[in-house]
Design a protein around this ligand. Sequence first.
Ligand code: HEC
Length: 110
Amino acid sequence: MKKNFSIVGTIISGIFLIGIAQSAMAEGDAAKGEKLYQREGCQGCHGATLEGSAAYPNLITSSKTASIEEFTKAVVTEGKGPMAMFKANEKVKTGIADLYAYVVSKKTKK
Ligand code: HEC
């Protein structure tokens, strides 16, 4: 009986570790994202708290920041108006996962 338990335990912790590794890869680096957010001008429009203003959407509450897919679409692939400039911004394109991690980290602090 004891042996069975340890096999089950090994399998469960293995699955758990794979899960951690996968989420770490998908999440990007929030500290790098913060620098991009400041240097690439996001802060100028969406604000230091990401809450925007009358003219600019609030990134904390926006449905477009609910997933990395929606976020990438809004910023890179389908950006409208002033956001269209990021379609050709390599730093933003390659750092999109880091930017997203930064936005998510701000959301969870609320
Ligand atoms: C010049 C001002 C400006 C800058 C700079 C800017 N944004 Fe925006 N952003 C906007 C405006 C205006 C919209 C709404 C566009 C629309 O109607 O689709 C928007 C929309 C968004 C959205 C979708 C939110 C929603 O609810 O529509 C996201 C996400 C976003 N911006 C993230 C960013 C990030 C990340 C950066 C930096 C890489 C950035 N923005 C830089 C003005 C700006």
